[in-house]
Structure formats: structure tokens, C-alpha cells
Design a protein around this ligand. Structure first.
Ligand code: APR
Length: 251
């Protein structure tokens, strides 16, 4: 059976479907992935994103952070792939998303249940008093940003995890829970290279989920856990599945 039809039928018949997304789903929004051609890590030393290094060298790190993640001229927007996942949540075809991405694009597209496994660029945290700031509250004209609690004034850091930091416990727990009683896990745009995030689809498989994978090339999952592999861009492929779902549901 044609893989698109197979994927569409699995999603229609599924009582509980989750998506697991990586950088690949945001490439068509203009955000580079981390690995492969034009990968962020090809040009940036990962050391800059080590927590201790940041705490001691924030002046050095901030120009990179501004350029990659907080550049005011780069207002990234959700692409078609994000919008289709939001539409599926709206239509009860998708329960929620576990994302490795920190770009907040799933929420901007309208998804309500989004577990951000690696945190988010949408907020900052004070490295001392732990106060949370919404990124839109900060001007970032003066960096490194400091806590505006006068008794504190400590360094702020983006609320995504740096190397050497633990996974946000609530996101971790909710992501693990998402793998229970799920019939279908749609794995989109991830190399599957980074632990412990990469264990989530494996847990879903072990708990009985069918794995639909969408990627422009094979990943570490493809030959191991993937049941339906759809080679292609996230937006094109999700559009094809969405069209097929609509056809099958109107029959
Ligand atoms: N559509 C679908 N897949 C795509 C597209 C696209 N348009 N473009 C690229 N891809 C695929 C690539 O083939 C690759 O498998 O997306 C994947 C991106 O892989 P990575 O760059 O490794 O990103 P990701 O898997 O999300 O990395 C996980 O690594 O550095 C950490 O914290 C960072 O969350 C990130 C984690």
C-alpha cells in the first residue's frame, strides 16, 4: 500500500497520536538544522553552549546568541508543517507534540499541548533567583541581560538547556507519559542523534506505537523502529497525508 495512504489510515484509526519533532520541521521556516549541510554545529563551537562556559563568559557568548536565536531581523514564522500539526490537534487527529526544538513555532502555529524537551527561546531565567522572564519583556539591546530584581541583578540565560544542564523535569515526565497508550508516533525532522530526547520514539515503539517517520533522509530510527518511512520535506509530506486524510474521511 502506498505509504501516504498507510500513514493517513494509521492516523485516522489511531485513538491517540503524538508527534515528535526535531530541527528539520523548522528548516522551511528559515531556521538551520544542527547537523548536515548548513548545520549550526558546523560553524559554531558547542563549547559556547556549555552552561559553565556561559556563566563565566557570557560577554563572548551573547553575540552568537543574538545572531542565531535572538536576531530581531529574523522573526521566524511557523511553516505549513507546523500549521498542519496545529490543525490536526484542533481536529482531534493529534493529541500533542514532544519537540526538541526551542523555536516556539508549534505554539505560534496554534498547538496547545507541546512538551519542549530542550526548553525554549520564548523565555529567560535568572541564573540566581530563578525568576522567569518572557522574551518579549526583554529588549536585549543591552547584553548580557541581567535580572531586574534589584536585590538580585544576576545574569539571565535563555530558558533552553545548555550542555551540562538537565532536561526540564516537567517536560521530561510529560514526554515519557506521551509514549504510553499511544497508537501512532509521528517522528518528523530529527536525526535521532541526541540523548535522552532520542529515547522518546524508542519508548513509544516499545509501548506498542506504530512509528511514522518523515525526513528528507534516513535517520538512526529508520531501520530500527520506523514502520512507515516517508522521505521528503515535512511540509510537502504532511500536506500529502492531510489531503489523503480528508479524502478518506469524506468517503
Ligand atoms: N523536512 C524534514 N526533515 C528535514 C528537513 C525538512 N525540510 N530538513 C532537514 N531535515 C532532517 C535532516 O535530514 C535531519 O535528519 O532533519 C534532521 C535534523 O537533524 P538535526 O540537525 O540533528 O536536529 P535534531 O535531530 O532536532 O537535533 C536534536 O540536537 O544539538 C541538539 O538541542 C539540539 O534539539 C537539538 C538536538
Amino acid at each position: 500500500m502506498d505509504s501516504i495512504i498507510q500513514a493517513a489510515k494509521l492516523i485516522i484509526d489511531s485513538k491517540r497520536t503524538f508527534a515528535f519533532t526535531g530541527a528539520g520541521i523548522s528548516v522551511e521556516s528559515g531556521i538551520p538544522s544542527y547537523r548536515g549541510e548548513n548545520g549550526i554545529w558546523n560553524n559554531i563551537d558547542e563549547k559556547l553552549f556549555d552552561l559553565l562556559y556561559y556563566l563565566n563568559n557570557s560577554q563572548t557568548v551573547w553575540p552568537i546568541l543574538l545572531d542565531i536565536f535572538f536576531n530581531p531581523s529574523n522573526r521566524y514564522l511557523p511553516n505549513t508543517a507546523h500549521h498542519i500539526l496545529a490543525d490536526w490537534e484542533e481536529r482531534d487527529l493529534l493529541e500533542g507534540i514532544v519537540t526538541q526544538n526551542i523555536d516556539f513555532l508549534h505554539q505560534l502555529a496554534g498547538n496547545k499541548i507541546v512538551h519542549e524537551f530542550h526548553g525554549t527561546t520564548n523565555s529567560f531565567i535568572c541564573t540566581s533567583c530563578k525568576r522567569i522572564y518572557n522574551t518579549s519583556e526583554l529588549t536585549l539591546s543591552k547584553v548580557p541581560p541581567l535580572c531586574n530584581n534589584k536585590k538580585c541583578s544576576a545574569l539571565l540565560k535563555p530558558n533552553f538547556i545548555f550542555f551540562g544542564e538537565g532536561i526540564p523535569s516537567n517536560a521530561y515526565q510529560k514526554s515519557q507519559e506521551s509514549t504510553l497508550n499511544t497508537d501512532v508516533f509521528i517522528v518528523i525532522g530529527t536525526s535521532g542523534e541526541v540523548s535522552p530526547a532520542n529515547q522518546i520514539p524508542i519508548m513509544a515503539k516499545q509501548n506498542g506505537s506504530m512509528i511514522i517517520e518523515i525526513n528528507t533522509k534516513t535517520s538512526l530510527y529508520t531501520d530500527e523502529i520506523t514502520d512507515v518511512f516517508l522521505k521528503g520535506k515535512a511540509s510537502d509530506t504532511l500536506q500529502l497525508i492531510n489531503k489523503k486524510i480528508k479524502t478518506l474521511l469524506t468517503k
